[in-house]
Design a binder for this molecule. Structure first.
Ligand code: ZN
Length: 142
């Protein structure tokens, strides 16, 4: 297979990140709940609502954590150590939702299927992190 050279992309085109926390069955849901609480206690993020059934390109129940690019270096290592075997997709938000999810994201735990046809190739603008809805009380270190 020959790979076509692609232009270098700038990290400044990443407006925010999402971490999608997937769960399957009551044990994993309980783990996802503990993780959600632990995130809220430590990080200024926007926690999305619980999706108890697959939604959009996602093939399992999940919730989304939207966060600013400045948080990547602390939140992602923390998730690496604390994902409790849950599948988590961490993806950039640029103007290209399809490749953000399918090509350019990183997985913790087992990789899960995504529905390609539910992801637009491009979007008028990249999703920002939105307004944070957590108020961490704990001091660092996380
Ligand atoms: Zn997402």
């Amino acid at each position: 297979m020959t790979l076509t050279p692609e232009p270098i992309r700038l990290t400044g085109t990443i407006a925010s990140y999402h971490a999608h926390v997937y769960f399957e069955g009551p044990d994993q849901r309980a783990a996802a709940e503990r993780l959600r609480t632990a995130i809220a206690e430590r990080f200024v993020v926007r926690l999305g609502r619980w999706h108890e059934a697959p939604v959009g390109p996602h093939t399992l129940p999940m919730y989304q954590v939207a966060f600013e690019t400045t948080l990547f270096a602390t939140l992602v290592p923390w998730l690496m150590l604390n994902h409790q075997d849950l599948s988590i997709l961490i993806h950039p938000n640029t103007r290209f939702p399809r490749r953000d999810h399918l090509r350019d994201g990183a997985w913790l735990g087992p990789r899960r299927a995504l529905l390609v046809e539910r992801l637009p190739e491009d979007a008028p603008e990249a999703d920002g992190a939105g307004v944070a809805n957590t108020q961490p009380a704990r001091p660092l270190p996380v």
